[in-house]
Ligand binder design. Sequence first.
Ligand code: PMP
Length: 322
Amino acid sequence: MLDHIGSTPLVRLDKLFSQDHVTVLAKLETFNPSGSVKDRIVKHIIEDAERSGVLRSGGTIVENTSGNTGAAIAMIAAIKGYRAILTMPDKVSQEKQDALRALGAEVVRCPTSAQPGSPDHYVRRARDIAASIPGSFMIDQYDNPKNAEAHYLTTGKEIWEQTGGEIDYFVASGSTGGTISGIGRYLKERLPDLKVIMPDPVGSIYHDYFNTGTVDHGKIGTYQVEGVGEDHIAECMDFTVVDEVLQFEDADAFAMARRLARQEGIFAGGSSGANLWGCVQIARRSDEPVTIVTVLPDSGLKYLSKFFSDRWMKAQGHDISS
Ligand code: PMP
């Protein structure tokens, strides 16, 4: 199983992008065993901790996550025989909690209403649990430099090899920033003219932070696309490799993910839709031949009751015609 993490396919999307001069290549991260891009970073971080002796046989892995990182931790902990404890807000759906328990992880539910920093908040709870269990280890995906390093060593290198270096743009939205920072650095070291573009949801701080260097806490908002954008600056996020941050609305990302499923037969999540929306913006600007590479981080299966449901889309006021 561990050997099947990475080496994911890179496919050309020639229906969504049918103009002759535009080539859009998408890296299908759902081909990783737990179904998302996060297998790469969790494997790399755990194996690094094993090498340095921080994580020993029979140890405990703790993290605050309900999403793809949690699934990757639960899977890899099962394979390697570690105990996994995952904290999350109790708004997380029962199915998601059950999927993690199915892989043997212990799920600690914390009140969604708990204030950041309070003992009940799921991030603080994970730190307290880790501090109370000898031999425990936190993945710390937001601030662990090994997160971006995993993408530098694997995803970036694979894209380089799969394209033969023929790339003009790399597009990826971000949360921890590991994906865009690691891949962006690897490719820019080899392709100085490459442009790295980051779609960012309206309500996230990254767009303003990138453009002004400051965070206006009054402008932090909510959005429906999951897994991307942030309300704090992650240490992993390296803006020195980013050339432009483009703001998108939820509807932009959902419409593109729905079109991707129907036109290309690729069933992917909302952040994949956001990345493809970014590719559309770049394609529109280009008259010359252009090659754009992006990543599709996870599967649409997780969003069946959300933007892949016409009823949900209508209730949210989103258009379902595209
Ligand atoms: N898409 C999805 C669905 C994710 O779960 C994540 C990670 N939160 C990302 C994109 C962004 O990846 P990164 O954390 O590497 O910036």
